[in-house]
Write a protein that binds this ligand. Structure first.
Ligand code: PEP
Ligand code: MN
Length: 362
């Protein structure tokens, strides 16, 4: 159970069009860098300024943030520019210092969400606190770890809660620094329809040229907002230099985004959608029937193998199946990666059924 107050009454996003945007540098580095970035972001129409003070870095020789020293710089942005300010907290001491300095919004980073001890410590330090808290996804795609963090905060009486999808650690090379696994935030939205879901395209991307496409995907999925890293001089940033945008580039990026609404009253649209959805439902029914038939045949194959004392796994055969599937799939314009994932599941189900048949026969 997660109890939360809808974001419309947080005192942060009221009157702001979607997407709500939180922007600012990965790290606060100096008073002038903070102030100049914030002023340029304000000119670009941004109302909420972010800057990391305590930076969780992989290696001890990396820049680890200016820590408490940056709190008065954020307070100045708040006072002189009238922006709301946000920072990351990772332990009770950070919470205490940030609240004392009047920070408007806190976020919990991916590394911290991965650790229930740290989350509990933060929840205890925040007990009953009215300051909104955004919880980034943990490093691994573990939905329960993510919602568990929200539960700990909720149990401590923190009610202004939201989530940020920042992608997941993936071993090896890929287009992005962190893999977006959109099905996780989408599942959170399904379970808690009014809980704000934001996307941090910067940490998914790892490179500024990918930020726009990820922000657009988040908008297409109906995310409420974006947290984007922006630095007055990205190439000189002390952390995450490759993924930060100048305030002007951020403004341009935001202007390119196509924002779709969740629904419409348009009758023609609704009727066409209803018709297409009925067709999808019918196809899903057919798929279920086909899968059931396929597995029944797998049972029969299992039975023959059992009677003739043959092993279940015959890799040569499976390779032939895949070869056929890929060739046919390509003719129908189906993505090979999608087919590989789908048929891996089907194959596994088939093996499970054959194993059951073998055991039953014993
Ligand atoms: C950050 O927002 O600067 C940050 C460290 O993010 P994450 O926890 O997503 O890596
Ligand atoms: Mn960063």
């Amino acid at each position: 159970m997660i109890e939360f107050i809808k974001a419309d009454s947080w005192g942060l996003f009221e009157g702001m069009p979607r997407p709500w945007v939180i922007a600012g540098p990965c790290s606060a580095e100096s008073e002038s860098q903070v102030y100049e970035t914030a002023a340029a972001l304000k000119t670009a129409g941004i109302g909420i300024f972010r800057a990391g003070l305590w930076k969780p870095r992989t290696h001890p020789d990396c820049f680890e943030g200016v820590r408490e020293r940056g709190l008065p710089w954020l307070a100045r942005v708040r006072r002189e520019l009238g922006m709301h300010v946000a920072t990351e907290v990772a332990n009770a001491r950070h919470v205490e210092k940030a609240l004392e300095a009047g920070i408007d919004l806190l976020w919990i980073g991916a590394r911290t969400t991965s650790n229930p001890f740290a989350i509990q410590e933060i929840a205890d330090a925040l007990r009953g606190c009215a300051t909104p808290v955004l919880v980034k996804n943990p490093l691994t795609p573990d939905l329960e770890l993510w919602t568990g963090a929200l539960e700990r905060l909720s149990l401590a009486g923190v009610r202004r809660l939201g989530t940020v999808h920042r992608g997941f650690f993936a071993y090896g090379q890929s287009r992005y620094r962190n893999l977006p696994q959109w099905q996780l935030p989408v599942e959170i939205r399904r379970r808690f329809p009014d809980l704000p879901v934001l996307c941090d395209p910067s940490h998914i991307a790892g490179r500024r040229e990918y930020v726009q496409e990820l922000a657009q995907q988040a908008m297409d999925l109906g995310f409420d907002g974006l947290m984007v890293e922006s630095h007055i001089s990205p190439e000189h940033a002390l952390s995450d230099a490759a993924q930060q945008l100048t305030p002007a580039a951020l403004q341009e990026m935001l202007q390119t985004l196509v924002i779709r609404s969740a629904d419409t009253e348009n009758r023609h649209y609704r009727e066409s959608m209803d018709e297409l959805r009925l067709r999808i439902d019918a196809i899903d029914d057919e798929l279920i029937d086909l899968l059931a038939s396929r597995l029944e045949i797998a049972d029969r194959i299992g039975e023959y193998k059992r009677q003739n004392n043959i092993t279940i796994l015959q890799t040569g055969r499976w390779e032939k199946v895949l070869e056929r599937v890929f060739a046919r799939g390509a003719e129908r314009g189906l993505d090979a990666g999608f087919l590989a994932r789908l048929f891996a599941l089907i194959h596994q189900a088939s093996i499970d059924r054959q194993t059951q048949v073998m055991h039953k026969g014993k």
